[in-house]
Design a protein around this ligand. Structure first.
Ligand code: TEU
Ligand code: CA
Length: 555
């Protein structure tokens, strides 16, 4: 495997709207990120992925861009971004932006020109179709509910949007669109950005001509995933994009990829792949139910274990994964993967140990380092997220009561991860001096960065030990490049794996339950490198692990 500049680094995702507000408008901003760079440096962060902060009406919280070449005034200015890039560089840190090019905002000038003249050149930047025999061109369901077609006022034409109607899909079949996108990417790379996280990119290739797929719900529509199974050739676009942008700049790129086919993985993340790495959204965890969130089941410790190992096996000897337990689209990892009632600092550190010791690039999502948890919304009126609001309606349509529907969407709502960062125990958790755009989790008085910074055994200080271990010259090569080999896989609620390097072998063991477990090693271990609890009880090769105890051993 070719060595790359980002191997061995630690990455961190910032959701700018909820990170740190410096001007009291209740919205996080770029100056807030600049002010917190030293906090991130001390945590051991190298690469910082910032969710979109470009001009946007914020219909999908910035994933609907109306000007790719400018910063939305609510987040700051281009000068702020230039300063952020420069300040990061001074600290040997790298800024990665979010590349949202499956669609733009309906307020982007390209789409405004298309609306004015659907048959003109800008109409071809999008998918604009007419009904046939009074039927929409196809029966696909948007990710946010309802048909993917929206009528253009004053015409009998419709435009395609696989996400929200304020996010018209860009027509990647049009080479002019592709070259506009590559020009924009190079503009940012020339400005000093180190790379991109690539948003929803699997959607850019549609199965054409438009046709219906099997109806899978009462709404008479069909999940977009059937079409994606059918679409061929997305990699042609992705290789063209990488060859014209990322590769000439030696830029970092991490794809938000799902529905990929196993045989395509070398083309995605192999030595000559289009991306440096990718997140893997394992079907068991992220697939949910075709009926909707209300019908999706709880994840068990063994689910988590099998999904991690399945993802690792998928990319073995091909390339690197980027490993997460949460992001801005998912509930908080500790609230999702730790059994109800067992969410405590020990179990939070256990989860972090597993994620950080897997093979691949570890991504922290803002607040994960504190063990931030889901926020229980008491009313649907508190919810901002368009995806959650849609799933709430799906649950009601399926016959759930408003209370049951709210309970089920609470568990999976994207807003769980979008509540303001909890800096300290002052009002609004020190996030803003104004009114926060989304409610602060009331547990901020107990879970906040200030308190954990000065407490040696905090989750925050444990993550600092994790990042330090990954960069320790004695172990870095094994942790970054060592083969991952699951062990005791059939042991219930126990997750363990070797990391076999050329010079040494490490063993990661997590007792993923409240009850103690004992494991038997082939030989006594040499050294305990990490331990999320006080002592490790051992008699020769017998290790006695307390509830949620996780250890990293040198064998
Ligand atoms: O997500 C793509 C995606 O598949 C998820 O949006 C998923 O369908 C959704 O979260 C279900 O709740 C990316 C971004 O991460 C997400 O925030 C955007 O909403 C979406 O693309 C559109 O840009
Ligand atoms: Ca602000």
């Amino acid at each position: 495997m070719q060595k790359k500049w980002w191997h061995g680094k630690v990455a961190y995702q910032i959701y700018p709207k909820s990170f740190y507000d410096t001007n009291g408008d209740g919205i996080g901003d770029l100056r807030g990120i600049i002010e917190k760079l030293d906090y991130l440096k001390e945590l051991g962060v190298d690469i910082v992925w910032i969710s979109p902060c470009f001009c946007s009406p914020l219909a999908d919280q910035g994933y609907d861009i109306s000007d790719y070449y400018n910063i939305d005034p609510r987040f700051g200015t281009l000068a702020d971004m230039d300063e952020l890039i420069a300040e990061a560089k001074k600290r040997d840190m790298y800024i990665v932006l979010d590349l949202v090019v499956n669609h733009c905002s309906d307020e982007h000038e390209w789409f405004q020109k298309a609306l004015a003249d659907p048959d003109g050149p800008y109409g071809k930047y999008f998918y604009i179709e007419e009904c046939k025999d009074g039927k929409l061109p196809c029966n696909w369901r948007s990710y946010f509910g309802g048909p993917v077609w929206e009528k253009i006022p004053g015409t009998d034409k419709y435009y395609l949007h696989v996400f929200h109607k304020k996010q018209p899909d860009l027509n990647w079949e049009n080479p002019e669109v592709r070259h506009e996108i590559y020009k924009m990417i190079n503009w940012w790379l020339d400005r000093g950005v180190a790379g991109f996280r690539i948003d929803a990119i699997i959607n850019i290739k549609k199965a054409l001509p438009f046709k219906d797929y099997p109806v899978d719900r009462e709404d008479g529509l069909s999940s977009i995933h059937y079409m994606l199974e059918d679409a061929q050739g997305v990699l042609d676009f992705l290789h063209e994009m990488a060859d014209n942008t990322f590769k000439p700049h030696n830029a970092f790129s991490v794809g938000e990829v799902f529905n990929e086919k196993q045989e395509e993985l070398p083309d995605f993340i192999g030595d000559n792949g289009c991306f440096s790495t990718m997140f893997d959204f394992n079907e068991t965890i992220f697939g949910g139910s075709p009926k909707g969130w209300y019908d999706s089941r709880l994840i068990t410790p063994d689910d988590f274990k099998h999904c991690c190992f399945e993802s690792q096996r998928k990319v073995e000897n091909i390339g690197f994964l980027s490993n997460i337990i949460e992001n801005h689209d998912e509930p908080r990892g500790v609230s999702r993967y730790i059994p109800e009632g067992d969410c405590c600092e020990t179990s939070k550190k256990m989860l972090g140990t597993i994620s950080f010791m897997l093979k691949g690039l570890p991504f922290l999502y803002q607040g994960q380092e504190l063990g931030m948890e889901n926020l229980t919304f008491t009313s649907i009126d508190e919810v901002d997220d368009i995806s959650t609001l849609d799933e709430y309606q799906v649950a009601l349509d399926a016959g759930l009561s408003p209370e049951e529907a709210l309970k089920t969407v609470n568990r999976l709502s994207r807003d769980n991860a979008r509540t303001p960062f909890q800096w300290n125990d002052s009002e609004n958790a020190g996030f803003t001096s104004g009114t926060p755009w989304l409610r602060v989790n009331p547990n901020y008085t107990k879970i906040n960065a200030a308190e954990q910074t000065q407490r040696e055994d905090s989750v925050l200080n444990y993550y600092k030990k994790l990042t330090a271990l990954r960069k320790n010259p004695q172990y870095a090569d094994t942790i970054v490049y060592g083969d991952l080999e699951p062990v005791w896989e059939d042991c219930h609620n126990l997750m363990a794996f070797y990391r076999r390097g050329s010079q040494q072998t490490l063993l990661v063991i997590a007792n993923y339950q409240k009850q103690p477990q004992t494991v038997t090693l082939d030989a006594p271990y040499k050294k305990v490198l990490l331990n999320n609890l006080g002592q490790l009880a051992a008699e020769g090769t017998q290790l006695h692990l307390e509830g949620y105890q996780a250890v990293v051993l040198e064998l």
